[in-house]
Every structure is written in structure tokens, then in C-alpha cells.
Design a protein around this ligand. Structure first.
Ligand SMILES: C[S@@+](CC[C@H](N)C(=O)[O-])C[C@H]1O[C@@H](n2cnc3c(N)ncnc32)[C@H](O)[C@@H]1O
Length: 216
């Protein structure tokens, strides 16, 4: 996601340590202390401007959410929205999702979302794709046994790569959609910014998959 530099972003981030962390390693195993109530924890890696995670948090007050976003000017947009409309069950991490195992204890997370992740189409960049096997391994480590991953994309190449990568890793496919919007209603599907922008141009693919319990 290309965004214009927001000169106000670092200042806003520094002003709200109660809503956003820039060093999530400090919260490893302690995430529940950041929320009003201890309840299941779900995370999104690459949250963009936060439309999905904010609406999920509103729709599911019984779940705690952490949005992880690497770009300062992007996560600052989520933070601005959160300052304007506080949500007791959403916390932000300005960090690289590649390091989730440094941010969460094993089994601390109940579910992980990847929405419209950068496709990295060149073969030599495949290790950067958020569904590459090293990422899957990290996700499995922080997820509860048989934890689930939900993945949406409009990018056919990334979708095909992810199907193969997840299958080779031993994930069990609960459901696969080749055209999500043809079958789900807005009540059943919380849209992301990218999804709103690109669903008119072609199908949205989605996978819900469960990690094997016994894989090291
Ligand atoms: C194409 S955008 C999609 C944003 C949003 N999920 C949506 O669907 O509208 C991908 C986002 O993932 C973020 N991102 C990419 N790699 C990341 C990483 N390793 N850790 C955290 N965020 C990452 C990018 O900065 C960007 O905001």
C-alpha cells in the first residue's frame, strides 16, 4: 500500500501508548492486560487503514483484537480513528508481522487474519509473501492448537501460491471461496478497504484453514 507521508503520525503514535505499541515484544504473554476484559484474542497482520479490524471489533465486543501494521503513516490512520472513537477491544502494534513469535507467547492467539496481503509477484520475492512457509510456521507457533487462519485476496497468483503453501504445510481447508462476493451477504463478510476498492474488478478469493495440532 502506497500512502503519502503523514508528518503528524509519529507524534500521534507517541501520544497514545495506551492504544498502540511500537515494541510488542514487551507485551508478549501480557496482551490481555491491555484490554478491558480478558477474552479470546484475534490478530490481523497487515491491517492497512483498519476498516476490517475496526468493524470486527465493533461487531464482536466479546473478542479482543490486535492490528499489526508495519507502515507508520498507515497505522497512524487506524490510531486516529481509534482516538476519535475508542474501542475497548482493539489494540495496535506498529511492527513487522514477520516477528509474531517475538510478540506473542505460544498459543496466545485464537485466530489470525491476512487480508489483501502484498502479492510480491516476482518469484525471487516469494519468501516475502505472508503465506510463505516460514510465516505459516510463526503463525502456528502463536496460535492455539488447531488455530485458524482466514485469508482474503483479489490476487489470483497470491491465492494459488497460498493454497499450495498451506497445503504443503499440512493445513486443513475448512472452506475455500473462488468468488466470495457471489455468495456472502455484507452481514456475513466484513470488508476491507482493498476489498471495497477491487471487488468490482474481479473475484475475491478466501480461505479458512486450520493448522494441524501436531506439527512442530
Ligand atoms: C495491500 S495492503 C492491504 C491492507 C488491508 N488489509 C486491506 O485489505 O485493505 C497490505 C498492508 O500490509 C502491510 N504489511 C505488509 N507487510 C507487512 C508486515 N510484514 N507486517 C505488517 N504489515 C505488513 C502493508 O504496509 C499494507 O498496509
Amino acid at each position: 500500500m502506497r500512502v503519502r507521508n503523514k508528518p503528524w503520525a509519529p507524534k500521534l503514535i507517541a501520544a497514545h501508548p495506551e492504544l498502540i505499541t511500537e515494541d510488542p515484544t514487551q507485551l508478549k504473554g501480557q496482551w490481555q492486560s491491555r484490554f478491558e476484559k480478558a477474552q479470546p484474542l484475534q490478530i490481523e497482520v497487515g491491517s492497512g487503514k483498519g476498516q476490517f479490524i475496526i468493524n470486527m471489533a465493533k461487531r464482536h465486543p466479546e473478542i479482543n483484537y490486535v492490528a499489526i501494521e508495519i507502515q507508520t503513516s498507515v497505522i497512524a490512520v487506524i490510531l486516529k480513528k481509534l482516538v476519535e472513537e475508542p474501542l475497548p477491544n482493539l489494540q495496535l502494534a506498529h511492527a513487522d508481522g514477520q516477528a509474531v513469535t517475538a510478540f506473542f507467547e505460544p498459543h496466545e492467539v485464537d485466530r489470525l487474519y491476512l487480508n489483501f496481503s502484498d502479492p510480491w509477484p516476482k518469484a525471487r520475492h516469494e519468501k516475502r509473501r505472508l503465506t510463505y512457509k516460514s510465516f505459516l510456521q510463526s503463525y502456528q507457533e502463536v496460535l492455539k492448537p488447531n488455530g485458524q487462519i482466514e485469508f482474503k485476496t483479489d490476487n489470483r497468483g497470491l491465492f494459488e501460491f497460498s493454497l499450495t503453501s498451506m497445503n504443503n504445510y499440512g493445513l486443513h481447508f475448512e472452506q475455500v471461496w473462488l468468488d466470495l462476493h457471489a455468495v456472502v451477504t455484507p452481514e456475513e463478510n466484513v470488508e476491507t478497504e482493498y476489498e471495497q476498492k477491487f471487488s468490482a474488478k474481479g473475484p475475491i478469493y478466501k480461505i479458512i484453514a486450520t493448522f494441524p495440532a501436531d506439527k512442530e
